[in-house]
Unconditional design. Structure first.
Length: 225
């Protein structure tokens, strides 16, 4: 698993104040927001990266936990969680589902997805032969929520053919943060002739540089001279 340096993602030091982190996020979010960046190469991945970073170090509790990793981390793919971290996060990633660059990284899922109030993967076998249900976060912009949209998702090799299976998911207009979108039969394959499990996508609002949502209302902080 690759370690994620969230401070580097936002271009701030580890001693940065909460205000500095917020300003850095807003600047980058405006630059890489899908409505601004258009088809700029790498913009979608960068937008996801800065949202994930701000989700962690922009929150005091998550930042403290992240900082507590301290010298226990090693840069690169050889990162292993320090003692005491087992079971804090999601538990495991799921390499068979490609959410078009809008899911969260394995690092986030391992350490911080449990902080969002759900377990991103699970469901277990509801019957002995039925395929497992699978859950995953799906990051959406406020613009997508306001107008409704479609997202392309690829499920890799569900039937053993080796061929990825792309399909589109409808993002309903006005969908709520944390709402589950159920895709029947798109989870893990069952054994033999048994039915496949379901795929549940948990909607997560991407942070917006100017607006935020609270109790279904769109809020904007207007600076006063």
């Amino acid at each position: 698993m690759e370690y994620k340096d969230y401070y580097k993602s936002l271009g701030v030091s580890k001693r940065a104040s909460a205000d500095d982190i917020r300003k850095a996020f807003r600047k980058l979010a405006r630059e890489y927001h899908p409505d601004v960046s258009g088809n700029k190469p790498g913009a979608e991945d960068k937008f996801k990266e800065i949202n994930e970073a701000y989700e962690v170090i922009g929150d005091p509790d998550k930042r403290q936990k992240y900082d507590s990793l301290g010298s226990n981390w090693q840069q690169g793919a050889g990162f292993r969680p320090p003692p005491g971290w087992q079971g804090r996060g999601a538990g495991r990633s799921h390499p068979d589902f490609d959410l078009g660059g809008t899911g969260f990284s394995d690092f986030f899922e391992q350490f911080f997805s449990g902080e969002r109030g759900h377990s991103p993967f699970g469901g277990g076998r509801q019957r002995q032969a039925r395929g497992n249900d699978v859950q995953a976060d799906l990051m959406v912009t406020l613009e997508e929520v306001a107008s409704g949209s479609f997202r392309s998702i690829t499920v890799k090799d569900r039937g053993g053919s080796g061929a990825p299976q792309p399909f589109k998911v409808k993002i309903p207009k006005g969908v709520a943060d944390g709402q589950k979108l159920r895709l029947a039969g798109k989870g893990e394959m069952g054994h033999g002739a048994s039915t496949a499990g379901d795929l549940f996508l948990i909607v997560r609002y991407a942070r917006h540089p100017d607006f935020k949502v609270k109790n279904g209302n769109l809020l904007f902080d207007l600076p006063l001279a």
